[in-house]
Design a protein around this ligand. Structure first.
Ligand code: CAO
Length: 525
C-alpha cells in the first residue's frame, strides 16, 4: 500500500527571499532517502533539500524562480507505507518543526586578535541556516599583517549573521549566533546535505591560525561574499576547489545561473591564457606599438621552430633563477693536438673541432659533479640524478635554434663524437632530425666559438640544471710567474639553476672543466 507524503520547505533560519533555483527531479522519478530534490537559495546561503524517504515523485508544486518560505509545499512523494518509511516520515523534513524547547542560542564574538588594528571582515564562510561543527571556520578576518579564520566554538546551526563583509571589527564584536541544541529544526539528513554558499572554506589556511596575507592583486581566489551569484552548492564547492571567483563567471543556466560547465570553461580559458603567455604569473604585458606610425615596416611570420624555442626559452627564463659562472680554459696544447689529429683524420673525412673536446671534458666533469647531470623533481623537494649522460648541442639553423642530443656521450671517443655532432648539425640544418634525436638531454653545450664573442649568458634548458656557453678562443698574454706567455684561452660561460646548484659548485665545475681542457691527456685517459 502506498500513501502520499508532502515535502515542505524546512526552517531556513532568518533567511527571507528564498528562491527555488533548481529542481533536481521530475514527476515519475524514483528517489532514495537523502537524494536531493530541489535547491533553495537565499541571499546568504543555498541548500539542497533531500528526500526524507524512498518514494516516487507524484507532483511538483514549485517552479524554478518561485519564492518560498517555511512550510510551503515543494512536492509530493508516493511512498510505500512500510514501518520503516512511517518512522522516517514522522522525523520531519516536512514542515520543519518550530519547537524551541531545549535549544540554546550562542553568540560568537571576535576573539583577541593580538595587536592588529583595522581588522576587516574579508569573508563570511557560513550563512544563516548553515550547520557547523565545533572548530569549523566561520569568518575570515584580515589586518594589515595577516589573515585569520575564526573557528566556531561549538556545533549547531547558524541562525543569524551579525556583521557583513568589509566591516571593521575588534575584540568582543558580535559575529553571529548559533543554535546549539537539542531540537533539530532540520532533519539530520538535511543538516548533512544542505550546504551553505559560504560553507567551510576549502582554502589551505588552517583554522584559527594566523597565515600569510593573500596578495592583494590576486582577484581570482574566492568570491566576495554578500554579492549575488546564482549557483548551486555543488557548483560553489567546485569553484572553491578550483579557486575560482564565481563573480568572474557569466552563467549559462536559467536566469544566468552558473553551471559546472561554466566553471570548467572558465578554468580552461584561464589556463589557455596563461599557456599562451597572455598574462600568466602577473607579468605586465609589453605595450603594443603601432610601429607603422614611425616609418615603413614589414611583418614576417616566425618559423615553427622559432615559435617553439621562444616558448621553451621564455618558460625556462621565468622558472629558473639563473646565475652564470665565467671562466677561461688554456687550450694551447689542445689546439696543437687537434690540428695534428686533423691532419691524420682528414683522409677519413673527419674533422675535430673544439666541440668534440668540449663534449669529452664536459662528460668527465659531469661524472665528477653529478648534481649537474640532474633535474629538480617537480615537487621541488628532491633531485633526480641521471645515470646516463646524453649531451645536447645547440645548433643554429635557418629556421632557428634546435638542440640535437648525443646519446651516451660517456661511451664515445673523440672521433666518434666529432662524427656524430657533425652529422646531427647537418641533419638539423637539412630539417631531417628525427624527433627522438632531440629528446632525453641531460646537459647542453652552446658553442658560439665558430662565430665570435668573449662571453654570454645562455639560458638553462629546463628541466636541465645547467648549460655551458662557449665563446671564441683567442691568444692572450698569460703571466706564468716570470713572463707573459702567449696562450690560447677559451672563454666558458656556465649558466645554472641556483635552486639546484650553489655558486661554489659551479666554480668547481668550471675549474675542473678548464683543467680537463688544458691538458689533453686527461681526456684520453
Ligand atoms: N674558438 C675558436 N674557434 C672555434 C671555436 C672556439 N670556441 N669553436 C669552433 N671554432 C672554429 C672551428 O675550429 C672551425 O674552424 P676551422 O674551420 O678553421 O677549423 C670554425 O670555428 C667553425 O666551427 P663550426 O661552428 O663549424 O663547428 P663547431 O663544432 O665548433 O660547432 C655547432 C658546431 C653546431 C655548435 C655550430 O655550428 C653552431 O651551430 N653554433 C651555434 C650554436 C648557437 O647558436 N648557440 C647559441 C644558442 S643561444 O643560447
Amino acid at each position: 500500500m502506498s500513501k502520499l507524503k508532502e515535502i515542505l520547505v524546512p526552517d531556513v533560519g532568518e533567511a527571507t527571499d528564498v528562491e527555488v533555483i533548481e529542481i533536481l527531479v521530475a514527476v515519475g522519478d524514483r528517489v532514495g532517502t537523502d537524494e536531493s530534490l530541489v535547491v533553495l537559495e537565499s541571499e546568504k546561503a543555498s541548500m539542497e533539500i533531500p528526500s526524507p524517504t524512498d518514494g516516487e515523485v507524484e507532483r511538483i508544486q514549485v517552479q524554478e524562480g518561485d519564492k518560498v518560505e517555511e512550510g510551503d509545499l515543494i512536492l509530493e512523494l508516493s511512498v510505500q507505507a512500510s514501518p520503516n518509511n512511517q518512522a522516517q516520515s514522522s522525523g520531519g523534513v516536512a514542515g520543519g518543526s518550530k519547537e524551541s524547547a531545549g535549544h540554546q542560542l550562542e553568540t560568537v564574538r571576535v576573539p583577541d586578535v593580538g595587536e592588529a588594528k583595522d581588522v576587516t571582515v574579508i569573508e563570511i564562510l557560513v550563512g544563516a541556516g548553515s550547520p557547523v561543527e565545533a572548530d569549523d571556520s566561520l569568518i575570515v578576518l584580515e589586518s594589515d599583517k595577516a589573515s585569520m579564520e575564526i573557528p566556531s566554538p561549538c556545533a549547531g546551526i547558524v541562525t543569524s549573521i551579525l556583521l557583513s563583509v568589509d566591516d571593521q571589527v575588534e575584540e568582543g564584536d558580535d559575529i553571529l549566533t548559533i543554535e546549539t541544541e537539542s531540537v533539530p529544526r532540520l532533519t539530520d539528513s538535511v543538516r548533512s546535505k544542505s550546504q551553505s554558499v559560504q560553507s567551510k572554506s576549502q582554502s589551505v589556511r588552517s583554522k584559527g591560525q594566523v597565515v600569510e596575507k593573500r596578495p592583494a592583486a590576486d582577484t581570482s581566489v574566492i568570491a566576495p561574499q554578500g554579492s549575488k551569484v546564482h549557483a548551486g552548492p555543488a557548483v560553489r564547492k567546485q569553484a572553491r576547489e578550483y579557486g575560482v571567483d564565481l563573480m568572474a563567471i557569466v552563467g549559462s543556466g536559467t536566469k544566468g545561473r552558473i553551471l559546472k560547465e561554466d566553471v570548467k570553461a572558465h578554468v580552461k580559458q584561464q589556463l589557455d591564457r596563461t599557456r599562451s603567455g597572455e598574462d600568466g604569473a602577473g607579468i605586465p604585458k609589453v605595450p603594443q606599438v603601432d610601429f607603422a606610425k614611425f616609418g615603413a615596416i614589414e611583418i614576417l611570420p616566425l618559423s615553427r621552430i622559432r615559435r617553439a624555442s621562444a616558448k621553451n626559452l621564455h618558460r625556462s627564463w621565468l622558472n629558473v633563477p639563473h646565475v652564470t659562472q665565467f671562466d677561461e680554459a688554456d687550450i694551447t696544447e689542445l689546439e696543437e693536438y687537434r690540428k695534428q689529429q686533423n691532419l691524420e683524420l682528414s683522409e677519413k673525412g673527419v674533422k675535430l673541432t673544439p666541440l668534440s673536446f668540449l663534449i669529452k671534458s664536459v662528460v668527465s666533469t659531469l661524472k665528477e659533479y653529478p648534481q649537474f647531470n640532474a633535474s629538480l623533481h617537480p615537487d621541488g623537494e628532491q633531485m633526480i640524478l641521471k645515470k646516463y649522460i646524453h649531451i645536447g648541442i645547440a645548433v643554429e639553423t635557418e629556421e632557428g635554434l634546435v638542440v640535437p642530443v648525443i646519446r651516451d656521450a660517456d661511451c664515445k671517443g673523440l672521433e666518434q663524437l666529432a662524427i656524430e655532432s657533425a652529422e646531427l648539425a647537418r641533419q638539423a640544418r637539412d630539417k631531417k632530425l628525427p624527433l627522438d634525436a632531440m629528446q632525453g638531454c641531460c646537459f647542453t653545450i652552446s658553442s658560439l666559438g665558430g662565430i665570435g664573442g668573449t662571453a654570454f649568458t645562455p639560458i638553462v634548458n629546463a628541466p636541465e640544471v645547467a648549460i655551458l656557453g662557449v665563446s671564441r678562443a683567442t691568444v692572450k698574454p698569460i703571466f706564468d710567474g716570470e713572463n707573459f706567455q702567449p696562450r690560447t684561452m677559451l672563454p666558458l660561460s656556465l649558466s645554472y639553476d641556483h635552486r639546484a646548484i650553489d655558486g661554489a659548485e659551479a666554480a668547481r665545475f668550471t675549474s675542473h672543466l678548464s683543467k680537463m681542457l688544458s691538458d689533453v691527456r686527461h681526456m684520453l685517459l
